[in-house]
Design a protein around this ligand. Structure first.
Ligand SMILES: C[S@@+](CC[C@H](N)C(=O)[O-])C[C@H]1O[C@@H](n2cnc3c(N)ncnc32)[C@H](O)[C@@H]1O
Length: 206
């Protein structure tokens, strides 16, 4: 989908993804000491705002200006003592971070393969030494065996595929990434007769 189509989608509903953080983000990152975080394709900022509330200095990027405005509005209704999120209107496939980040998050960004490779490469390049990369998305098996999410297999991935892509994505970007977790995880969906299947990859720069 193009940015204009995402804008339309975000205009059409109150909060498309809700205000609570994604459950895997919460599970994986609750114990990580705060630092600088980059949320690529942040949407309305549910994960960025949760990180900021935990003391992270967050840059949150999306190419939908409407989504970013909704993030700012949500932020203004939350704890004023939390660090402010830096909302960045930009393209996740070409973003060049001005500084390294201790955490880079890619959460449910589904793109055609060339664009996906570019976004993964931007994410890897933005990672500081020791920094954590968390990639979450609808798993390739979700179309046949899960529920919801994009129905085009070309934009889905498995965690194993992301792990395999990382070596190439990190070329020239410093020390190699160490994969800590690469798996399919099941997510309960209210009203559905089966869980959604997500791909989850967690890695860190050695
Ligand atoms: C399914 S939403 C996920 C939003 C958020 N990560 C979350 O989990 O709540 C996908 C987001 O990717 C954004 N997006 C898609 N392609 C993008 C691109 N090339 N650059 C930046 N954002 C993009 C869309 O605007 C949308 O907000």
């Amino acid at each position: 989908m193009r940015a204009e189509e995402w804008d339309e989608r975000y205009r059409a509903a109150e909060l498309v993804w809700g205000a609570r953080p994604n459950r895997w983000v919460e599970r994986e990152l609750a114990d990580l000491p705060p630092g600088r975080a980059l949320d690529l394709a942040c949407g309305e900022g549910r994960n960025a705002l949760w990180l900021a509330a935990r003391g992270w200095q967050v840059s949150a990027l999306d190419f939908s200006a409407v989504a970013l405005d909704k993030g700012r509005t949500l932020e203004s209704s939350q704890d004023p003592a939390a660090p402010r999120v830096a909302w960045v209107h930009g393209d996740a496939t070409s973003y060049r971070a001005g500084q390294p980040f201790d955490l880079v998050l890619l959460c449910y960004l589904h793109l055609a393969p060339t664009d996906w490779a570019a976004a993964l490469s931007c994410a890897v390049r933005a990672l500081a030494p020791g920094g954590t990369l968390l990639v979450i998305g609808h798993d390739s098996t979700n179309i046949a065996d899960g529920v919801g999410g994009p129905q085009d297999p070309a934009v889905l991935f498995t965690a194993a595929e992301v792990a395999a892509d990382l070596a190439g994505a990190g070329a020239g970007a410093g020390a190699a990434l160490v994969v800590d977790r690469a798996e399919a995880v099941h997510r309960h969906v209210d009203g559905a007769d089966r869980p959604a299947i997500d791909a989850l990859l967690r890695a860190h720069r050695g």
